[in-house]
Design a protein around this ligand. Sequence first.
Ligand code: ZN
Length: 503
Amino acid sequence: MPHHVLIAQFMHETNTFSKIATTLDDYRRQRLVTGDEVVERFAGTRNELGGFIDMTRRFGWKATWPVAASTTPSGRLTRAAWEHIRNLILAAARDADRLDAICLSLHGAMVSETEDDAEGALIEGLRAAVGADVPIVATLDLHANATVKMARNANALISYRTYPHVDGYERAVQAATLVQQTLEGRRKPRCLLVQPAMLKGADHGRTTQPGIMRDLLRMADTLEQQPGLDVVSIQVGFTWSDTPWSGPSIAVTHEPGAEVAAQRAADALIDEMWRRRTEYSSSYRSIPDAVAAARTDNRDAGPLVLAEGTDNPGGGGYNDATDLLQALLDAGVPDVAVGTIYDPGTVQQAFAAGIGARIDVSLGSHTDPSLGKPVAASAEVRHLSNGSFKNDGPMNAGVEVSLGATAVLRIAGVDVVTTSTRMHTVDAQVFLSQGIDPATRNVVVVKSAQHFRAAFEPMARQVMLVDAGGLCSTDGSRFRYSRLRRPIWPLDELDHPHAVHPE
Ligand SMILES: [Zn+2]
């Protein structure tokens, strides 16, 4: 009889400082797929679901797919969204005649109106439903705020080892292989989670250049070779979240009897993370610096890519900051493509007017007026679409996504991809699907802090991270934490990372 495995995805990176609640409609608009449609939609894709689908075939599992759910980072999930999707997964576990294992694709930094540790609550619920002997393995984002509750109730936590995250497929293969070996009786994994007294660390996990995160991952690779250790995962945490567990952690999945080796491995990684805690590779530049660079037109060498990491919807930013756009317009910089500004009202106005029409717009900066002013301008409607496209990769290649109803507005020399859904700019199709070839432009503006590099760095003559305002400031002192464990570096003075915290 084939093994019966429940496989589900429930992802969210929750920015608890955002004023926008994350609703079930947000999931419906972006990804809320149930049943066997999960296989139809994601077979062949290079993410966790694609990996799990392929492994199901390789190992001959009978799989149940209750749900695949993911949406753009924003504020806490409403109780309705959290309970609806959680219940789809719990019900599938409870209703199964016989269940041999559970594979989960999670983010690890999800917070709902009712749960500060939503993934911990989900895995705990599943453990209660299936008992102690059914293996539960979860993949996580490397920006997970992982918790002891997650580790205690799962058998393994396996995080991405790349940022940009291009190894979701490989991590699912690793997770499924561990499950298969467990089902064959060759392994008996359990998971230890250790958390330092740090709110951030490891250069936010960047792996695009030599540095602390790559060094830590090499250490983890070596540690994994020790007898009894299955997986050593490094989570760097998600800072814009006010929970007791926010920040980095080490998850060591190990065999019975290897508890001491697991603890030592975690401690070694934490000591190194602490020793090099001030190493930080990305330097944000000011808007005047960005405009000065944009004035040097050298497009034959590729576009200047300006990345507004501080308005990054991939971190919960509102995706509608306009200060950089306004500065580029004021400076008369030619041949600019901006992807994207979230402004569903202006998109509706453009649809009503039609392609070729001129409209007076009040564009962007509607979500939080304290963060900036809308751009008041006359715009030409250049392109209208439903905003759907298939990612070209390298990230999430083959996955179909949607910007919602989308209008390209031309204001002076600037084309603005104006959208109805917040989504970070990680794929060139954000432009190409809207009739804009970013590789041929003088300047390309993206709303992303790091993921954009996978697709845009190869075409760019230069990449510049810009602090152009927005919710995701890199200045932690701007945020008021009330739920976070203390003391914690860098908010408090500490001389070691091993403060004892309540669980
Ligand atoms: Zn991440």
